[in-house]
Design a protein around this ligand. Structure first.
Ligand code: NCD
Length: 307
């Protein structure tokens, strides 16, 4: 097993499958029980280092570490010496001195987890770095697809929307193609520049026509329009975006009967996804959050070589 999870590209098919299988075991070990705790990481320390806002991911990592009986230290940049200008390196040295066995980091700068891994002895887990990657999100998405559809090999997955700014899309493309799925990126040309798509993977298709892709997809994964990362205007208006690239009820009806709708959250309801679609039985959005805890348990357990 690898020591750090900085990128979905760190995982070959065997490692990725081991994580998904272990997540399944974690779910069945803790799922039905009143006491959701396993002793696997007792005495180990996991630090959550969050330099960017997060709800789901931060809580999910915290729950995962606690369910494995690890000691958890939550560090958010607000209210710490980071707001006094302390560098990532100095923060890393502090964590190192405290004996962190794993550091889970979310940071606005792409590549921050790679730098951190040079400075600490513990395992580094990327919980989202800028527009770069979010590998545990891709793992929980793959886990959700596999448990709903029974397989990943040959699965037709459409990833729709703001691909350009999406670390979720990038990590999903890398992981899903490693696991044999067929990925089509869909969105306006401004948000899927061809060089970006080509650099990401030679194995993905690109389409600018959502209506053409929807009937041939087993999974339609909607991405949030990341307005906070947009300096320029990438589409004429929110209404126009929604009309062409939003998943509404009419498009949902054109999906194959077995197909599912995914979204990593947080959602812009009414923009990339209609509320009726988000709340429909075809949507796995809440399931994705629940699966996230099992998947992160598996990642921490395997990286730390838990017993
Ligand atoms: C994503 C993120 O922060 O990268 N959310 C998440 O982790 N569930 C996606 C997003 O912000 O749109």
């Amino acid at each position: 097993m690898i020591r750090h999870l900085r990128s979905a590209a760190d995982l070959d098919a065997a490692d990725a499958t081991l994580i998904l299988d272990t997540a399944g075991e974690m779910a069945s070990l803790t799922g039905g029980r009143e006491v959701k705790k396993l002793p696997a990481l007792r005495g180990r320390t996991v630090v959550n280092l969050f330099y960017e806002d997060s709800t789901r991911t931060r809580i999910s990592f915290e729950a995962a570490a606690k369910r494995l009986s690890a000691d958890v230290i939550n560090f958010s940049a607000k209210g710490s010496s980071v707001s006094k200008g302390e560098s990532l390196k100095d923060t890393a040295l502090t964590l190192q001195a405290m004996g962190a066995d794993a550091v889970v980091i979310r940071h606005p700068a792409s590549g921050a987890p790679h730098r951190l891994a040079e400075w600490v002895d513990g395992s580094v887990v990327n919980a989202g770095d800028g527009t770069h990657e979010h590998p545990t999100q891709a793992l929980l998405d793959a886990y959700t697809m596999r448990s709903r559809m029974g397989r990943l090999d040959g699965l037709r997955v459409a990833i729709v929307g703001d691909v350009l700014h999406s670390r979720v899309a990038r990590s999903n493309v890398l992981l899903l193609t490693t696991l044999g799925a067929q990925v089509t990126l869909v969105g306006p040309p401004t948000l899927i520049p061809l060089d970006v798509a080509a650099a990401l993977s030679e194995k993905t298709q690109v389409s600018y026509d959502l209506d053409a892709v929807v009937p041939d997809s087993d999974v339609v994964m909607m991405l949030r329009v990341q307005s906070e990362r947009m300096q320029d205007s990438y589409f004429p208006s929110a209404r126009e975006y929604s009309r062409r690239y939003g998943l509404d009820v009419a498009r949902l009806r054109k999906m194959p009967e077995h197909a599912i709708v995914m979204h990593p959250g947080p959602m812009n309801r009414g923009m990339e996804i209609a509320p009726e679609v988000a709340d429909s039985p075809r949507s796995t959005i809440v399931e994705q959050v629940a699966n996230g805890v099992s998947v992160r348990m598996a990642v921490l357990y395997l990286l730390l070589g838990g017993k």
